[in-house]
Design a protein around this ligand. Structure first.
Ligand SMILES: NC(=O)c1ccc[n+]([C@@H]2O[C@H](COP(=O)([O-])OP(=O)(O)OC[C@H]3O[C@@H](n4cnc5c(N)ncnc54)[C@H](OP(=O)(O)O)[C@@H]3O)[C@@H](O)[C@H]2O)c1
Length: 229
């Protein structure tokens, strides 16, 4: 059985991922800014995902998932420089920090796998998404660059969800009208569940995907590739 490190473990998709990994008999270490919402036996509360706040871990790690992200939707002309930087820091640069911090642990793992969480917005242009699109596109760039640099020792992949029902997307689905509109826009006519995204993450994390690296898998009901006539 493998040992996985989940960063940003209080989130909806992270919790669903932890549940699947535990059900499969794997062990996990979790990092989060809060104590709440996690029943991990090995949990570390951190102030931020900057490298200076990340704990040293001794164990070998067979895989790592970086979950932190934002959905900061605003007209472009109202997005401030600081907001771009903050979204970039949380979505993209935090992933750099955690991989740099835990590279030695990953190298000691058994063919370790790293999974990042992008968004459909990295490749599909949508109004008001400038900041998140830019940050997630950077994360996708990091995915392919690190996949090349660390092959064949560590695999790097990402999943790119569209609207998924968690606290992060609550503002976009918190009325029957908003929910109905969101479902209508999706080719499969639904908003994703955390479990649907988590099952793709677990596939990429575990040996089932041992010949896959440098990929961004869309878990989005077809949003990235399909346009219904
Ligand atoms: N839900 C969607 O519709 C959707 C769509 C596309 C992509 N995604 C991506 O999926 C990932 C997981 O999100 P989720 O839907 O599971 O949302 P969630 O339940 O709200 O979880 C939010 C995540 O972001 C972290 N976070 C939030 N604000 C932060 C801040 N100020 N500084 C550092 N970390 C912060 C949280 O870390 P803590 O554990 O430390 O609180 C947690 O890992 C994100 O990367 C998100 O961009 C989600």
């Amino acid at each position: 059985m493998a040992h996985y490190l989940l960063i940003g473990a209080s989130g909806g998709i992270a919790q669903a991922t932890a549940a699947i990994l535990k059900e499969q008999g794997h062990s996990i270490t979790t990092l989060s800014r809060s104590e709440a919402l996690t029943d991990s036996a090995d949990h570390h509360t951190v102030e931020s995902y900057n490298q200076e706040h990340l704990p040293q871990l001794e164990m070998a790690i067979d895989g790592l998932v970086y979950f932190p992200g934002t959905i900061n939707l605003k007209p472009f002309h109202r997005l401030k420089h600081e907001e771009f930087l903050r979204d970039y820091e949380i979505n993209a640069f935090g992933a750099v920090s955690v991989v740099q911090q835990y590279l030695p642990n990953l190298k000691r793992g058994d063919s370790a796998s790293v999974v990042f969480i992008s968004s459909v917005a990295a490749r599909v242009g949508m109004p008001f998404h400038a900041s998140v699109s830019m940050a997630k596109a950077a994360l996708e760039g990091l995915t392919i660059a690190l996949a090349a640099e660390y092959a064949p020792v560590i695999r790097f992949n990402a999943v790119a969800p569209s609207l998924t029902q968690t606290n992060l997307s609550e503002k976009l689905t918190n009325s029957p009208e908003k929910m109905e509109n969101a479902m209508k826009r999706n080719p499969l006519k639904k908003v994703g569940s955390p479990e649907e995204v988590a099952s793709a993450i677990c596939f990429l994390l575990t040996k089932q995907s041992s010949w896959i690296t440098g990929q961004v898998i869309a878990v989005d009901g077809g949003m990235r590739n399909i346009k219904l006539l």
